[in-house]
Design a protein around this ligand. Sequence first.
Ligand SMILES: Nc1ncnc2c1ncn2[C@@H]1O[C@H](COP(=O)(O)OP(=O)(O)OP(=O)(O)O)[C@@H](O)[C@H]1O
Length: 329
Amino acid sequence: MIEIKRVSKSFSGFSLKNINLFIEKGEFIGILGQSGSGKSTLLNLVAGLDKDFIGEILIDEKKPSKMIKDGEVAMVFQKDLLLPHLNVWENIAFGLKIKKVNKGEIEKRVKEAIKDVDLVGKEKRFPNELSGGEKQRVAIARAIVTRPKILLMDEPFSALDFNLRDRMQKLVKKLHEKLKITIIFVTHDREEAFYLSTKIGVMFKGELLDYGTPESLYYRPKNVYTAKLLAVENIFSKNIFEKIFQCEVKECGFVAIRGRNIKIVDDSKLKGQVHEVNFKMGEYSIEILVQNEKITLVQEKEFTSKIGDVISFDYDDKDKILIEGVKKC
Ligand SMILES: Nc1ncnc2c1ncn2[C@@H]1O[C@H](COP(=O)(O)OP(=O)(O)OP(=O)(O)O)[C@@H](O)[C@H]1O
């Protein structure tokens, strides 16, 4: 178990603020947030790379620096950091040799890791003879070969093209299922976080704003920032929402509704004027004006009305997302 308790850390102009997080063994935690939100800062503290912070971090009741010394924590970074003068096999075996693992065991583990990351046949190649994706696979093999309890990954695929990224994500997911280790994976890509994670932590300006399963974050974001990050198109203060959707909402700060949950119908008391239409990847994104407020509807069905037309729309009460608290973004 990883316990992050009341952790704060300051640089000039940035601080990580009072982070509390409890991570069970075997979970896959995605830390999601925009650039500069403090994801890597937090990961470096968990890795024991930075010991200068307020609060407490315990991994299986031990300090991170002890875990990393004992080889129980491994890291994969955005840059592969392979040793250029060693071939694939030697790069993967390097950590085991340092730990003085016996030769037979090294052979066995390296061979298995090479199979796991799909690099069979490329053992003798040097890093400059590998593609970006292959280099990252070597980096992952090098990390898992030491059989760490925890694997920390800091945007490992952000430099790869989307096809390769897809393949690498599948590989990491498969490895997680096979090895059952705890993984913390930092990313600014919400699809990546949703695909991989059992739980996601949302970071914003040094704070952990939201934490939960992908489903709970998707259906019940706790704040406006998470809702925006998860592409909820329509977010209004309670009063404005009540005005444009002609309803009464129980006490809350904001009300949100996804564009795909607003339907165009033949007739309804709710009407709006078409303001803008965009066709994106098989979906129409339709912006309409309702009492001077813009709302966005999303549908796959072909949209034939023109700019300026008045259309009727409706929604289901259960699709409203009530958000407490203050606006944060
Ligand atoms: N060693 C340092 N000294 C001073 N400021 C730092 C240091 N490391 C990070 N920062 C600052 O802390 C803030 C958070 O950085 P961090 O790298 O944790 O963000 P991030 O969410 O991982 O961003 P990215 O996605 O761009 O990697 C940034 O404003 C950064 O400039």
